[in-house]
Design a protein around this ligand. Structure first.
Ligand SMILES: [Zn+2]
Length: 359
């Protein structure tokens, strides 16, 4: 954590500003109290290290990648029924309202729930739960959500061979297309980049784009520029999840700038996962100054002990971003999100009105 001080006026501005977020994982957005609730609901307290909220919060905070994966798996094990999904989505809506996040495009990995874990969850039940939670969040808090369904890339490469298995991607496309009438707007690719390059997934991204979904793969996080090139050339990326390591390749930077391919940047996540040693070394301001289309996001907020508001505060504290620059970056997220045109223009009107009155 930085000991730099944040101007209280900037903090108040960031807190009140209407925000949009386009890179956050549903499974990684669940707070300890919601997880405790799910464990009690299913009588599975044995899965948690404690029933004390402070201890759970402690357990949640990031130490290393294996621990992070363990928490992720525990969360997945407790998402069993449609009602569970509705519960976590609705809780996410409450947090959005508290932070003035007006729109969130949330990544879900349905294949993990329907195929990788033997919990008997049918895709229909998962979708029903997501939709119920989304509608409740809109009713109760007036916040809008849409979904990105992503392929867990490592499931496509069997540990015993480097042969690509197309099934996880094909199944996820089928699920994403089926979910389009219930708010699915994007098709993604997540997991460890190492040993799971983007190119083999081209068949699924072509099908997703043909169906009208946006291509939003993770790339350029744990691997460098080559994975971002692959995301652009093989997957027709409409946005890049992370993409920060494009900074290592000047030609790639120029392409990202010329085509204005948006980057979904997650500074605190990158520091937690050791992509950069500290926030001050993060290339966000460089990418922004170069003229790339940057957005700021929280990725897995409770697991990285952050919030979207804190990510904006980080830009102010570490890089001296003032209100005008913070508003400019915030506007990008509304502009490049996958919301239907009428919703996007309403959100932009609201945002522009607020900034005109408060800047
Ligand atoms: Zn992510």
């Amino acid at each position: 954590m930085s000991d730099l001080l944040l101007d209280p006026e900037v903090a108040a501005f960031v807190g009140a500003m209407p925000k949009a977020e386009i890179h956050i994982h549903l499974e990684g957005s669940i707070r300890p109290q919601t997880l405790l609730h799910l464990a009690q609901r299913h009588d599975r307290m044995d899965l948690l290290p404690s029933d004390n909220l402070d201890a759970l919060q402690q357990w949640f905070s990031f130490t290393d990648f294996p621990h992070f994966v363990q928490i992720y798996l525990t969360i997945s094990q407790l998402l069993v029924t449609a009602e569970d999904f509705a519960t976590v989505v609705s809780a996410c809506g409450a947090e959005m309202a508290a932070e003035n996040v007006r729109y969130r495009e949330i990544t879900v990995t349905p294949f993990t729930h329907t195929h990788l874990q033997a919990k008997g969850l049918a895709f229909g039940a998962l979708m029903e739960g997501l939709e119920a939670g989304r509608q409740q969040a809109l009713r109760d808090y007036g916040v809008e959500m849409r979904w990105v369904f992503d392929v867990p890339r490592n499931a496509s490469f069997r540990p015993d061979s480097d042969r690509y298995d197309p099934f996880p991607a094909e199944e996820t496309v089928r699920q994403a297309v089926a979910g389009m009438q219930h708010g699915v707007v994007g098709f993604g690719l997540g997991g460890f980049e190492v040993g799971a390059p983007p190119e083999p997934f081209a068949h699924a991204f072509a099908a997703a784009k043909a169906a009208g979904l946006r291509s939003v793969p993770h790339a350029g996080e744990t691997l460098g520029a080559a994975s971002v090139w692959g995301a652009i050339d093989a997957l027709g990326a409409d946005r890049i999840g992370h993409g920060v390591r494009a900074v290592e390749d000047p030609v790639l930077l120029q392409v990202l700038k010329d085509r204005q391919i948006p980057l979904e940047i997650n500074p605190t996540s990158n520091v937690a996962l050791h992509v950069y040693r500290r926030a001050a070394e993060h290339p966000f301001p460089h990418l922004d100054r170069m003229g790339l289309l940057v957005t700021v996001n929280s990725d897995d907020p409770p697991l990285f002990n952050t919030t979207l508001t804190q990510e904006y505060e980080l830009l102010a504290r570490e890089f001296g971003y003032g209100r005008a620059d913070l508003a400019r970056v915030a506007r990008n997220a509304f502009q490049v999100c996958g919301a239907p045109d009428d919703l996007r223009s309403n959100l932009l009107d609201e945002f522009d009105g607020w900034v005109a009155a408060n800047l």
